[in-house]
Design a protein around this ligand. Structure first.
Ligand SMILES: [Zn+2]
Length: 315
């Protein structure tokens, strides 16, 4: 049995596993999921047990994961009768459930969620830095359960991407699940656009197989394998990640670990991004700087909305 959300003891909030990954990799917050406690998200169930009745995490810290991240019961985790998170089958019965993401957020929120710490932990002397963007007044009138009204939204790009990738063998599902980004609502199937068809529509999540990642030490260029056809001519497609963008990124270490591993990787990798649409540009030729050639290119503006990953079953 895998859990889409869990109650995080130190934050007094319900978090998705993707929120937990965000917090683990965020260098501006003090958070370590291994040192935290995650409990049943069912309020009634949780109230019936001690705080030691915890869940465990899967792929909460792995930068390059293959199997869907989630929370799950430990062998000792208890639930009240009727709790929907109680395992109905003991043992390995539902192991195959772990292989796909079946909690499809209906909205990908472009503003990053913040995770304020509102209470000092009893017995904890540790000073935990507050998120400077969050003032204490934000908590007023905002009980811990406030997220229950919007449990199906996410601001973590990896979440809708995992839904798409892990369900790629189930097109009917992807065609039936709605996704809203900004003012645009479509299905998962139509929101994810293969890079070679980027001229069809702007403002989608574009993705494609990576041909090569150029490592310019402080900046990177991701070249896609497929080309875009315009007036019967093929054009290369790439996205550029600037030095400034990477240096200022709060998940810089995790990002560099990921992209540097990707540069050297022999594996088939894919890039997913949202927020920019590559456009035809003329760039000078290296061999002959007086000549130019056309390429579809875009500068990535937000690293939160870019993912490099393996995607088994995707073509
Ligand atoms: Zn429970």
């Amino acid at each position: 049995m895998k859990f889409d959300t869990a109650y995080c003891l130190s934050l007094d909030e319900k978090l998705s596993i993707y929120d937990v990954r965000e917090l683990n990799f965020d260098e501006t917050v003090a958070f370590d999921s291994d040192k935290d406690s995650f409990l049943c998200p069912n309020d009634v169930c949780r109230a019936a047990f001690q705080a030691s009745n915890v869940l465990t995490t899967f792929n909460a810290k792995n930068v390059n994961y293959l199997r869907t991240p989630h929370f799950k019961n430990t062998p000792a985790t208890q639930h009240i009768d009727g709790c929907r998170y109680a395992s109905t089958h003991k043992g390995a019965a539902s192991e195959s459930d772990d292989e796909r993401e079946d909690n499809f957020p209906s909205e990908f929120v472009l503003t990053r969620r913040t995770y304020p710490r509102n209470t000092a932990l009893p017995g904890s002397e540790e000073k935990i830095p507050q998120d400077p963007t969050k003032t204490p007044s934000t908590r007023v009138g905002s009980p811990a359960s406030s997220h229950e009204s919007a449990p199906d939204k996410t601001s973590v790009f990896a979440h809708p991407v995992e839904c798409y990738v892990s369900n790629i063998d189930n097109k009917d599902k992807l065609k039936s699940m709605p996704l809203k980004i900004g003012d645009h609502t479509a299905t998962y199937w139509t929101f994810f656009k293969k890079i070679e068809y980027l001229q069809d529509n702007k403002g989608l999540i574009y993705w494609g197989k990576i041909k090569e990642i150029k490592d310019y030490t402080n900046s990177f260029r991701i070249d896609f394998e497929k080309k875009v056809w315009l007036d019967k001519k093929p054009y290369s497609v790439n996205v550029y990640l600037s030095k400034k963008l990477i240096e200022n990124y709060r998940k810089r270490k995790a990002f560099l670990e990921q992209i540097k591993a990707a540069v050297d990787s022999e594996r088939t990798l894919y890039c997913f991004f949202y927020g920019v649409t590559p456009e035809l540009k003329q760039v000078p030729s290296k061999k002959n700087p007086e000549q130019t050639f056309g390429v579809f290119s875009a500068d990535i503006e937000n690293l939160d909305h870019l993912i490099i990953r393996e995607a088994p079953g995707v073509q």
